[in-house]
Design a protein around this ligand. Structure first.
Ligand SMILES: Nc1nc2c(ncn2[C@@H]2O[C@H](COP(=O)(O)OP(=O)(O)OP(=O)(O)O)[C@@H](O)[C@H]2O)c(=O)[nH]1
Ligand SMILES: [Mg+2]
Length: 431
């Protein structure tokens, strides 16, 4: 997909209405985050604009007088785009854009745009496009309604930087396109499922997923734990695809680590739905490492948001280990330990800390292991590789019929081996 590379960065104002139910701290944290989102998009933030109000103005988000003020501010500061820190309705967005005289993007659109720019795999691109089309459809209708029949070609949806001729697609075309993309996704999804099932067979069930707020340091930890080349960047939503690598140095059973897409406050609903399948990796994990940026003043809110998203995708009951990262940058280690029992406080930049985290992961999987005796008939030697890959073999005796192996492994892995050996046993009995 084409990306427009602006020669000159767009100048933006971050803007928001503060309702009485929102504390100053919460309000500021959210605005700061919007600034970071804007920077991730390459915008230059020229200023901020806020209003205290009992609620959003129904027609155009800000009150009448404030809209005029915003228009003047936009003119004076040569601003190209107003970023609104809420999801607003298509008509609010349209009216506000018209009155202040420049593009208006709401929080949802900003996040969708970042996802759009960062999506690199076919899978992620299709997911993001579905979410974007779902978001755009009602806005294009709004624009078409305003423009009337004379001006059908105009795409004035409050501005788009994707540059495609979305404005010309009518509703039916959007529906068709979504259906087409969904079909593509379904096909890719069943492929993924097969791959995952195969991997489970081969590798067993020792799976860890790194989850958490965007920019917490998940990919950095992924690299440190697995020696892989995961993309690390000081921008929001650097990672959109799940990657899976083995814990390094290797352990038996092999522990697989997956890196996942980051979460954020008010993650657009379309995206939560579309990234569910990507996050299935997280659901399949036996352990979630919930990574938190301990140096961020708003870390508690971020923990809560991550908890909500995990609940929403159905991963509430997966065992979780809280990992407070970036402690080298700030944060109060003693109070974190006092408040959160059983957490890890660390810096991904310190090797000894990463080693400690690795030990905690290994210990988690060790404690679940059980010992068992398996009978491996000579006719079923093809399962030998699988036994050695998924269990530690403590002892082996051979007799005329086959080998008796004493192993230690995950209960599920042993259960599956038993099942397969059972089949082999039947064959032996018949022959
Ligand atoms: N000082 C310090 N910086 C860190 C630490 N861990 C990560 N970082 C930095 O934090 C930024 C974000 O790290 P990533 O690993 O990309 O974060 P992420 O959680 O994968 O982010 P998303 O993919 O956007 O969800 C990068 O600039 C890292 O270098 C740490 O322990 N200490
Ligand atoms: Mg990442």
């Amino acid at each position: 997909m084409m990306q427009d590379i602006d020669p000159k960065p767009k100048r933006a104002i971050v803007a928001a209405v503060q309702r009485p139910s929102v504390s100053d701290a919460e309000f500021e944290a959210s605005l700061t985050e919007l600034r970071q989102l804007a920077k991730t998009l390459g915008f230059e933030v020229a200023g901020r604009f806020t209003q205290k109000r009992p609620g959003f103005e129904s027609g155009a988000y800000f009150g009448t007088g404030k809209r005029e003020e915003l228009r003047l501010m936009r003119e004076q500061d040569a601003v190209d785009v107003i970023l609104v820190d809420h999801e607003i309705s298509p008509s609010q967005q349209f009216n506000l854009a018209k009155e202040v005289g420049c593009e208006v993007m709401d929080r949802t659109m900003v996040i969708l745009e970042i996802f759009h720019r960062h999506a690199s795999s076919r899978y992620a691109r299709a997911q993001v496009e579905i979410a974007r089309l779902g978001y755009m459809a009602p806005r294009m209708r709004e624009a078409a309604k305003e423009a009337g029949p004379k001006d059908r070609g105009r795409s004035g949806t409050g501005g788009r930087s994707g540059g495609e001729s979305h404005g010309e697609l009518d509703r039916r075309k959007i529906r068709d396109r979504i259906a087409e993309l969904q079909e593509e996704l379904d096909a890719m999804e069943s492929e993924h499922k097969t791959q995952r099932a195969r991997r489970r067979e081969r590798e067993g069930l020792a799976r860890v997923a790194l989850v958490g707020y965007t920019n917490a340091g998940k990919s950095t930890l992924m690299r440190a734990l697995t020696g892989s080349e995961a993309l690390v960047a000081d921008k929001l939503f650097a990672t959109l695809d799940t990657t899976v690598r083995a814990l390094h140095p290797e352990t038996v059973p092999r522990v697989l680590v997956s890196d996942t897409v980051g979460f954020i406050k008010n993650l657009p609903h379309g995206l939560v739905a579309s990234f569910k399948s990507t996050l299935d990796e997280a659901l399949e994990a036996s352990l979630l490492l919930h990574v938190v940026d301990a140096s961020d003043a708003g870390f508690e809110r971020q923990i809560a948001v991550t908890g909500e998203v995990l609940a929403e995708i159905g991963a509430k009951d997966v065992p979780r280990l809280l990992v407070f990262n970036k402690i080298d940058r700030g944060g109060d280690e003693a109070s974190l330990r006092a408040k959160y029992s059983n957490c890890i406080v660390m810096s991904a930049k310190r090797e000894s800390d990463v080693a400690r985290l690795r030990e905690a992961i290994v210990a988690f999987f060790q404690q679940r292991l059980v010992e068992a005796e398996l009978f491996l008939p000579w006719s079923a030697q093809k399962l030998r590789g699988q036994i050695f890959a998924t269990c530690t073999v403590l002892d082996e005796r051979a007799d005329a019929e086959g080998a008796v192996l004493r192993v230690r492994g995950e209960p599920e892995a042993i259960g599956r081996l038993r099942e397969q050996l059972g089949e082999a046993g039947t064959i032996r009995a018949r022959s």
